[in-house]
Design a binder for this molecule. Structure first.
Ligand code: HEM
Length: 509
């Protein structure tokens, strides 16, 4: 009996030893050498890998925790699809400086002929001639400094409307849903900027676009998440919400067709100036641009610009209300630079350093796109590790902008940090620690316009009104709607005008 047990024990020992030995041989001789230096990977579940981590409601937060535990460059997998997660400024710097072209595509799954994320989309277009051409058109005609100068009047009119509306509500002691008001300001401005001469039912079109921009934001999250799945599952998941994407796409199509028709009809006529659509129509032959490319480009701009610019205004006002010292300092700056009789305008912004710091700090704490995605075309080395080709690269901008290694009191609202320590060389410097607009060739081309929207809206709300709020503090809990970081308890408060008569602004820039 004793002998049998000893023999059994010996056999088991030999068996276990052989298993370990084969595993060691496999690891040493048969695994592809590059597998060795993949970035570290946190524990995963069998088959699904790290899928469960991406199902959390606040993905940016759960991935922030993960990277603070396991490292700022991580290798995740969803079934067999690889993802590299980037959560530190130094890694981002390396990726965007040394490998920018390689990661300048997004690898979105073309959702057929849909106007969003479809095969005509500019945002989904791989890095190449078409993307470069459209970006040039965009910068020259809409978002570059000269184009922004030309379109000041459009924004000034919308800002007046925004102020007048708040002034009226203040007179009636009405409570205001801040997000609703700023969404209208940004949406109407962007619609008017990109559509130029619109159509007879302009107000109606602009209102419908606002609703569609929100729906688009929600659908886009599903597309982005589906993009991380392996091809067989991606197809299946995309087919589940094909109907929803198609419905949004069709509504945009109907609206944009009207505007296109109006522009085509008046092509060649003598206008005061060509708008973006005229320029795109003139480029028909040049890059084989079709009407689908133009419509899709418009949907991209509304998707990228509207909610992204409106959300930080709400967050920043909430931070200011919770921080009486910042409010006081901002008001003193506005009153001394702009005065107390006329309304702030965008030409005042360069003379308002504290307001600019407030805007930056709001975006640091509450980036509307807390995470964004790129795709590697070829394998490359980052931080001493190997990032394989065709890997999704997720950049956690939220984690980077609250990284205690780079920011003192990272969770506190302290606009002063952008005045005292924010030297120009730091901005360009060794690390990409401030990244709300992404970076590199595919970084956001709307940064200047976004700063104008946020700066002037905050300026108007602080210069023109006191804000009455029922509770002691604004609740700052986060929620994610679509892809965007939003407030779980949307900000509602009552404006009290600071002046008896409305501030003047018209014709003074
Ligand atoms: C606060 C407001 C905004 C924020 C935080 C923001 C943020 C971003 C981010 C993170 C990206 C991806 C960058 C990357 O991959 O590196 C992006 C791309 C883009 N944004 Fe913005 N954005 C804002 C406003 C705007 C506005 C107002 C417009 C134009 C009307 C705009 C147009 C675009 C476009 C067209 C892209 C795609 C660029 C490309 O693929 O080459 N954005 N934005």
């Amino acid at each position: 009996m004793m002998e049998t047990i000893v023999i059994d024990f010996q056999n088991s020992f030999i068996f276990i030893f052989l298993c370990f030995f084969s595993l060691l041989c496999y690891t040493l001789f048969f695994r592809k050498p590059k597998d060795f230096d993949l970035p570290p990977s946190p524990p995963s579940l069998p088959i699904i890998g790290h899928l469960h981590l991406l199902l959390s409601a606040l993905i940016h937060r759960s991935l922030q925790k993960l990277s603070s535990k396991y490292g700022s460059l991580l290798y995740l997998r969803i079934f067999s699809s690889p993802i590299v997660l980037v959560s530190s400024a130094s890694v981002a710097y390396e990726i965007f400086r040394a490998h920018d072209v390689n990661i300048s595509s997004r690898g979105f799954p073309p959702t057929g002929a849909s106007l969003f994320a479809g095969s005509f989309s500019f945002i989904s277009a791989p890095y190449g001639e078409y993307m470069k051409f459209m970006k040039k058109v965009l910068v020259t005609n809409l978002l570059g400094p000269q184009a922004l100068k030309r379109s000041r009047r459009v924004r000034a009119d919308e800002l007046d409307r925004f102020y007048d509306n708040l002034f009226e509500k203040a007179a009636k002691k009405e409570t205001v849903e801040i997000f609703e008001e700023v969404l209208k300001l940004v949406n109407d401005s962007i619609c008017k900027l990109i559509m130029g001469r619109c159509c007879p039912e302009e107000e109606d079109v602009v209102e419908r676009v606002k609703g569609l921009a929100i729906e688009l934001d929600v659908s886009s999250k599903k597309i982005l998440l589906a993009n991380l799945l392996p091809p067989w599952l991606k197809k299946l998941v995309l087919s589940l919400f094909k109907k929803e994407v198609k419905a949004i796409s069709n509504s945009f199509d109907e609206l944009l067709e009207k505007i296109l028709a109006e522009h085509e009809e008046k092509q060649g006529e003598n206008h005061q100036g060509k708008d973006l659509m005229d320029v795109l129509l003139a480029a028909y032959g040049e890059y084989k641009i079709t009407t689908n490319h133009i419509k899709s480009f418009y949907v991209d701009l509304l998707f990228a610009g509207v909610t992204n610019s409106a959300l930080p205004i709400q967050w920043t006002l909430a931070e200011i209300i919770n921080s009486p010292n910042s409010l006081e300092r901002l008001r003193v700056e506005l009153d001394s630079v702009v005065g107390t009789t006329r309304l702030i305008q965008e030409t005042d912004l360069p003379n308002l350093p504290y307001l600019q710091a407030v805007v930056k700090e709001g975006l640091r704490l509450h980036p509307p796109e807390p995470m964004f995605e790129r795709f590697s075309q070829e394998g490359c080395r980052v931080g001493g590790f190997y990032v394989p080709e065709k890997t999704s690269i997720m950049v956690n901008a939220y984690a980077m902008m609250r990284d205690p290694n780079y920011w003192a009191d990272p969770d506190e609202f302290k606009p002063e940090r952008f005045l005292v320590t924010w030297q120009e060389e730091e901005r360009r410097g060794q690390a990409l620690k401030y990244i709300p607009f992404g970076s590199g060739r595919r970084g956001c081309p709307g940064e200047n316009l976004a700063h104008i929207f946020i700066g002037t809206a905050i300026g108007v709300m602080v210069q023109g009104f006191e804000w009455r709020f029922k509770e002691e503090k604004v609740k700052m809990e986060e929620a994610v709607a679509g892809l965007s970081l939003t407030m779980a308890h949307p900000l509602k408060c009552t404006p009290v005008a600071r002046t008896l008569n409305p501030l003047t602004s018209r014709g003074s820039f």
